[in-house]
Design a protein around this ligand. Sequence first.
Ligand code: ZN
Length: 351
Amino acid sequence: MNILLAFILVVSLFAMSSHAAPPFSGTVWVDSDIITPSDPSSFITITPISSESRPIFDRRANNGSGGWLTLNPTMFSAFYLDGNAIEIQVNPEFDFDEAASKAEFYGRAIGQLPKLLRTDVKTVWIHKGDEAFGGGNDNLLIHTDSTGYHGEALEETLFHEACHTSLDSRVYGNAWSNAQNLDNEFISIYAKNYPEREDVAESCALYYAVKFRPDRLTQSLVSLVNETIQNRILVFDSFDMKPVSKADVPASYEASSGQLILPAVKAAGKNYELILELTDPGSLVFSLQSAIETESSNYVDTAIYSDGLLSVPLFLIKSDTFSITLELITSQEGAIDFKYLTHVKKELIAN
Ligand SMILES: [Zn+2]
C-alpha cells in the first residue's frame, strides 16, 4: 500500500469515528413542500374590527435593531373551523384593501398549521420590510418584504415561528433535556447553537414532516431525521399533534358555477367529498355531481348526513357564514338530489 493511500484510509477512519455534525444548518430550508399553498386550511374568513391602540413589535424600529411601537393598526378577526379567532393587526402603512388582502393571505396560511401550533397564537402583526419573521408573545410577527420567507418556504417559516409561540413553553423541560442527551445530536446547527431556544422549533418542523408527510420526502431524509432525533420524536408524540386534513375545511357555495362544495360529509362512519350543483334554482334543488371518499376529520365534522338530512354546521358564501340543512329527494330518473330545507345566518364571534 502506498503511503498516500494509507494516509487517506487513516483520515477516513478518523472522520467516521468522530462525532457527526448536525445534518442541517436550519430546518426551515430543508424541504419547502412540507406544507404547500394547496394544502387544506381550516381558515374560514376575516372580518374587519374597529381599530384600537396596540403595542406592536417591529424589527425595523430602532434603526433596524427592533422595538416596540404603539400603533392604531387596521384590525381583523381571522376565524378557523377548529378553534379560536386570531386578531390580525396590520400596520397602517398599508391602505385598507392591502391590509385586508394581507390579513386574508396570511390568515389562510396560518390555518394550514396544525391546531396545536395555533393554541397560543392570539394575535398576528403584519408590517412591510425585509426582516425576519418571529414567534412568541402569543403572536406571529410577519414582515411582508422578506423575500426569503415569501417564496416556497412561507408555510415552513410560519410553522417554525408558531412552534415558538405555542410549543416552547410546553415542550422544554426535563423530558426534552433527557431526549437531547439521549439523542446526543441536534437536527441543525441553529438548534445546536441555541439548544434552549431553537431546538424545539427546529426539530418540530421535521418531526411533522416525517410523521405526516413522509411521501413528500426522500427515504434517506426520513431515516436521517428518525435517527438523529429519535428521542425528541417520542416527546413530540406525547403532544398528539394532528395536521389539518381535507375534511377540516369549510363547506362553500361558488355562485359562478352554482356548485356547493362539501369537503367532508360524514355518512355511516365515512367521509365523502360531495359536489352538488344547483340544477333547479326555482325550488333550490341541487343535484349530486360527485361523491369521493376522503380523509376523516382531525378536528370537527364539517357536514353530516343521516336519515335523509344533510346538515352543514358552517357554510360559506363569499365571507358570510350560515348553517344549512338539505333534504335528500329522489328524482323520477333515479338521480340523487338534495333540496334546500332551512338555513340560519351564523355570526362568527371572536372570543
Ligand atoms: Zn426560531
